[in-house]
Write a protein that binds this ligand. Structure first.
Ligand code: ADP
Length: 477
């Protein structure tokens, strides 16, 4: 680039110098026309010899000049001085063909002539006419080009000498700028290295410059925040699982110790065994639920969607719950539309409604009421399970869908104690169907679980089934 720029500037400088010298020569040519008269083959310079300005002008244009006739014979003035300067003489004589070309030329005639020593001259030549008989004479003025060549050479060398300096300073500037730009990146990398699984609360401080790097840092910090949340959830989950598993294991161990060391009658043995069996059942219940939940959340439990009547499905589940509700003296009512077609996974939706109904039953005291309703709106259905139970305090509402979360003081310990996994299933089932679940609850008055599910557009059944040949074996699929 430096060489290209240098080349362009050299061209420009050469063109300017050339234009200047041609301009000067044009002025000298005009001065020749003004001061030179040729009368009877004799050149006469008309100017005021006492005027220093005019003398200087004429002397200057006589440095490189010639006045000759059309055959190339140099004229001499009245004192017999030949009208050719030594400088012009050194470039040799013009051939008749050259003189003829110069005399004929309408636009200014330019030639470059070299002296015997190789000094180049730019020559402006043309015709000056005899005043009396209109005869053309060959006149030329010139200037040396070596001054311009020297200027060009010097300028080029000065530039060539500057190039290494420019390259060096360019390198230094580049190195400095790159270091300046990369230092914050290095700091970010060092800060990021300090963050590990055990200190995920560390954040990279932003620089307040509002630039791309700050944006990167903010994005990175948000990622760390998400990681920290996941880590905390995992940690909490491990603690909860070990706690949940430890309780029945301790109980089983206690029962077995009773059987081994203290029981003496068959009844005592049986009771200890029965209790141990119940705890084993709870243990396998927890493990089954966890396995199912982890399968669901890792996407291994695919939904088996079919078109069905949601009204009928909910009515069936409500029917199944009538007896336990009667036993607990809680009124269970359902207000369902005659038909509600939807494309859902039957087993999962049944599980979801069962979980909500068993929760409502668990947390509603005798004499209370639970109402199930289904509303079919354009494109979605809304299932509500409302109870008049103990309700949930606002502080606990955001956590009730977390695994193992149970509102403190809600249920007694013992075999009836919930696992805290029911609502996690509800949340997953609703999410897998592309729906949403929300809770409205007033402590002491009751809770209202609202599930909204999108329903696929109803398929218009064809009047006659299409007569399509089914290849043998396909119907088993
Ligand atoms: P659990 O097996 O304990 O019922 P869930 O995940 O189904 O677990 O529910 C989590 C917690 O949310 C429950 O322990 C209970 O404290 C609270 N909860 C759920 N449903 C209700 C309800 N209908 N009324 C009051 N509290 C409820």
């Amino acid at each position: 680039m430096l060489i290209a720029v240098g080349g362009i500037y050299r061209q420009k400088l050469a063109a300017t110098l050339d234009a200047q010298i041609r301009d000067g020569l044009e002025q000298e040519w005009a001065a020749v026309k003004g001061y030179l008269r040729i009368e009877n083959n004799k050149p006469i310079w008309y100017y005021d010899r006492d005027d220093p300005d005019e003398s200087v002008i004429v002397e200057r244009l006589k440095r490189v000049y010639i006045v000759a006739d059309a055959e190339g014979n140099v004229l001499a003035d009245s004192q017999g001085t030949p009208q050719i300067s030594p400088a012009y003489e050194s470039t040799g004589r013009d051939s008749p063909a050259e003189i003829a070309a110069a005399l004929r030329a309408k636009p200014p005639h330019w030639t470059i002539r070299k002296s015997g020593k190789g000094v180049p001259y730019l020559i402006r030549s043309g015709a000056v006419y005899d005043e009396d008989n209109r005869k053309p004479f060959f006149v030329a003025v010139g200037r040396t080009l070596s001054d311009n060549e020297n200027i060009l050479r010097e300028a080029t060398w000065a530039y060539v000498r500057v190039i290494p300096l420019l390259i060096l300073s360019g390198c230094l500037l580049g190195w400095f700028l790159a270091a300046r730009a990369l230092t914050p990146v290095l700091e970010v990398a060092q800060a990021a290295q300090r963050i590990s699984g055990s200190n995920l609360s560390l954040r990279i401080p932003t620089r307040g410059a509002g630039d791309e790097l700050d944006y990167l840092i903010a994005t990175f910090n948000r990622m760390i925040q998400r990681l920290e949340n996941s880590f905390n959830q995992m940690r909490q989950f491990s603690t909860d699982v070990s706690h949940e598993l430890r309780t029945p294991i301790t109980a089983i161990r206690g029962q077995l110790e009773v059987a081994l060391f203290t029981a003496s009658t068959v009844e005592q043995y049986r009771e200890a065994m029965l209790n141990a069996l119940q705890d084993t059942e709870r243990l396998s219940q927890i493990v089954r639920a966890l396995l199912l939940l982890s399968q669901a959340e890792s996407g291994q439990l695919a939904l088996q969607k079919t078109r069905l009547d949601l009204s009928k499905l909910v009515a069936d589940v409500v029917d199944q719950f009538q007896i336990p509700y009667e036993e607990a003296r809680v009124r269970l009512t359902a207000s369902l539309p005659p038909e509600c077609p939807a494309e859902v996974d039957r087993i999962q939706i049944e599980r979801m409604v069962s979980n909500l109904l068993s929760n409502a039953l668990k947390f509603t005291p005798a004499g209370g009421e639970v109402r199930v309703s289904l509303e079919n709106d354009a494109g979605s259905v809304e299932l509500r399970v409302e109870d008049t139970g103990c309700g949930i305090a606002t502080a606990h509402l955001p956590h009730i869908f977390d695994r193992f979360y149970r509102v403190p003081g809600h249920d007694a310990s013992g075999p009836e104690r919930g696992l805290g996994l029911g609502l996690s299933f509800v949340a997953w089932i609703v999410q897998a169907h592309g729906g949403a679940v929300r809770v409205e609850s007033t402590p002491g008055k009751g809770s209202n679980f609202i599930v909204s599910l999108p329903v696929a557009e109803p398929v218009v059944p064809t009047a006659e089934p299409a007569d399509v040949a089914v290849p043998s074996g396909m119907n088993e699929l």
